[in-house]
Design a protein around this ligand. Sequence first.
Ligand code: DAK
Length: 267
Amino acid sequence: MTRESPPYLAGLEDILVGQPEDFVLTIRLNRPKARNALRTQLLKELADVLAQASNDDDVRCVLLTGGEKVFAAGADITEMKDKSPVDVINDPRGHYWAAIRDFAKPIVGAVNGFCLGGGNELAMHCDILFAGNTAQFGQPEINLGIIPGAGGTQRLTQMVGKSKAMRMVLSGEFMSATEAEKAGLIAEVCEPELTIDKALTLAKKIAKKPPLAARLAKESVLNAADTLLSDGIKAERKSFATLFASSDKQEGVSAFMEKRKPTFKGH
Ligand code: DAK
């Protein structure tokens, strides 16, 4: 499915965005000369595009990728040079990160090359990650005298466990794609030239599922890291019950009984 209009946010400088295809919106980080460093402008563009995608029924899943050699080299170090603690507290970047975190539709990430610092934190905001076998993941902030500031110490620890997270955060050592897959940071490692195709295939598969169920499934899985088990289970039960009021649930069950393919509408 392709669409002619409206254009997806004209005037973007730091990211490339296609039109939704088969309900998948592809976003590519695009500052190759600065190794896709996440300057404020890039994060703003990403947050703005996700806000537009939130309200676009033609988007049911997002594919996020970077370059062949670098997914993203982290925050733009040149922007950090003269910042005071007050500047950091007042920094609008916090809002952009929150917009990425709160995006309710599934995001599949395709990582090739270096995925470092804020770049790794961005990758960890994806719901499912594919990576080429030459990808390297790291939190090298300690080399700059700082620590991860966009949730890296928390998400990385949840995903790979304390010892591996400590190793990366304290030493700045990188983790290979193979180890990242073993540790649970990524879902699948593949040949670098296949990363985007594999991620896109999965994104399109997810986009064919009932959107409301996909959204509540994402929320529910993310709850596992955020809440007590008992609270997460209660919230899951409520979402489960809510979906029984959706026409997509009627459609899914009817289609199964009538031995036909379902057509989901998102309500
Ligand atoms: N920022 C700015 N410029 C960067 C950059 C970065 N992170 N990484 C690379 N560049 C620039 C280089 O300065 C160089 O610029 P020119 O000299 O050509 O002008 C150009 O990109 C090419 O860099 P290299 O020559 O180094 O390229 P290589 O391919 O040899 O190496 C590399 C690629 C990615 C391995 C290397 O560039 C590298 O190690 N980059 C720095 C990685 C790093 O330390 N990342 C952590 C950054 S700290 C916050 C939330 C989060 C954060 C901060 C605040 N808030 C909520 C407030 C996150 C902090 C970080 O991520």
